[in-house]
Design a protein around this ligand. Sequence first.
Ligand SMILES: [Zn+2]
Ligand SMILES: [Zn+2]
Length: 231
Amino acid sequence: MEKHKPNIRKQDGATHYFCPKCGNHILSTKNMSQSGEKMNCCPECGQGIDWIGMIIRGGLCAMWPIEINGNLDGPGGLKNYGLFQKTILEVYSYFSNYLMEIYPDGPALYVDNVACNSGYTPITTLVFRKYIIIKLHIDPADPAEKIAFQFAHELTHYVYYIKYGLIKEKADDNEETVCTAASLIYLHDVMPENFTLYNDYVKSLEHAGYRNGAALAEQTGYDFSKLIEKI
Ligand SMILES: [Zn+2]
Ligand SMILES: [Zn+2]
């Protein structure tokens, strides 16, 4: 069943969250206190509720607004779109758990895929000095670990934009190293059966900025919270 974000209404200084299907009241926050819980599904109608990207604490709701190109899910799109979407949201959720408290507000993030090689993909770019677009390069037969490896790298560039602002300088080798290390730590943590393959791949890269990601990931003991101190 597809999950949906809760409906949010602000009233008299409180923020209320409702089931998007039946309107059942799920939780409220006001003046640093919270009543109710983030439930996975509505106890009234069973609708799955998507809390990804929403941290509710002290009456504030923080999030990094994310949208995945919906046109990928259709004719001429990505045959493995379901896997693409699921993997992206899992990586996003992993990052949120570590970073949302430190960086509650992020610019709008749009995730797209480029099927044929246009030269520079995967890539993270700033558009209109306002939005971030991440373009991955995933083929229909590609497995989840490849999607995760590409997206975790690019999402780390996004975190750099949050920390240093949208006017930050172009990524240098040091930033590429941290981004590559983030991908390896994610695999080490979440998809350990695929870690060695990608670790060996990174170690074999010609470009030192990327290659050094393997050593940096190892240096942190594959601890994501240690890596983010390097951002
Ligand atoms: Zn409901
Ligand atoms: Zn990069």
